[in-house]
Design a protein around this ligand. Structure first.
Ligand code: AKG
Ligand code: FE2
Length: 296
């Protein structure tokens, strides 16, 4: 591992040191998965496949979640050994990818407001994730994978380290979806949900001076627990789109959508679950809580 890469991982080399850093800070990375030229080729093909929703499990759904279930190139990213081994260092040997989501920021787009999550009620219905074993530390991880470069100008991810130990938001409250909702004066929003309404203390304000901004090259990945305050600032560029894919992982004891037999709704879209499976990217599933498939 090069010195710059070790530095990029927060000064940690071994898996044990990585785990310690993650437990302490709530994140790890960024780390390089593909060189920028390689990921550009993957992205150019994948974005065309994303337009074809013939085999997409949610049909013609604008969110385009979970396309790793039908697009081989995305399944390859989700199950990439360099991502999976880092996830295993925190979650243990048996890993399910339970969701992939898109986070584009087009030129002029507002930022993503500070937020936290763990069981992903988000923002209608019930917990989407329910662990059945006790866990020492985090039991869900998001790996934010950069398909394009992400800079301060184009809305790179920001986090406030160590905030994963305190809940500032109540993710169990439901919120109505209203595409017209905007979060006053912040330049940020939450895609039609007023995240401010989830604040436990309505007067609390995040300490922006503690925020770290993680610029990333295309092909890099950043790992965090969604409990750690995270978000992004507006894309102030004139012509640069940044595209992130959030890959969400849990250990195999976690029940996924246990109270959502048929469907869930999110961002005004309906997601029927008849064809849904979690993807077992490492280890085994001795629990049998979820329908699972191997990588494509
Ligand atoms: O990309 C962003 O702006 C936010 C990403 C995010 O909230 C997530 O991956 O959970
Ligand atoms: Fe998030």
């Amino acid at each position: 591992m090069s010195i710059s890469q070790r530095k990029a991982e927060g000064g940690v080399g071994s898996a044990a040191a990585g785990r310690e850093f993650f437990d302490e800070n709530g994140y790890l990375g960024p780390f390089t998965i593909y060189e920028p030229e390689a990921v550009q080729g993957i992205w150019e093909k994948a974005r065309i496949e994303l337009l074809n929703k013939k085999n997409a499990i949610y049909g013609n759904n604008k969110m385009n979640y979970d396309r790793h279930l039908d697009i081989k190139a995305l399944s390859d990213v989700v199950s990439h050994p360099e991502i999976v081994r880092r996830v295993q260092s925190v979650l243990g040997p048996n890993i399910l990818c339970w969701r992939t989501e898109w986070f584009p920021k087009y030129p002029g787009d507002q930022g993503t407001a500070w937020h936290q999550a763990e069981s992903f009620v988000a923002f209608e219905g019930d917990s989407k994730l329910v662990p059945t074993e006790s866990h020492d530390g985090s039991w869900e991880i998001t790996v934010w994978f950069a398909f394009t470069e992400a800079t301060r100008e184009t809305a790179c991810l920001k986090v406030i380290p160590k905030t994963h130990r305190t809940w500032f938001f109540d993710e169990h409250r439901n919120l109505p979806y209203d595409p017209k909702v905007s979060m006053k004066g912040t330049g940020s929003g939450f895609y039609g949900y007023d995240f401010e309404k989830l604040k436990i203390d309505p007067n609390w304000q995040p300490d922006e001076s503690q925020a770290l901004h993680f610029e990333m090259q295309a092909g890099q990945a950043f790992m965090f627990t969604s409990r750690c305050l995270h978000g992004s600032e507006p894309n102030t560029s004139k012509d640069k789109t940044r595209m992130g894919m959030a890959i969400r992982y849990v250990p195999s004891d976690v029940k996924v959508y246990p109270n959502h037999d048929d469907q869930f709704t999110h961002f005004g879209e309906v997601f029927p679950l008849q064809d849904y499976s979690a993807m077992l990217v490492a280890g085994e599933d001795s629990f049998g809580h979820n329908r699972i498939i191997p990588p494509l």
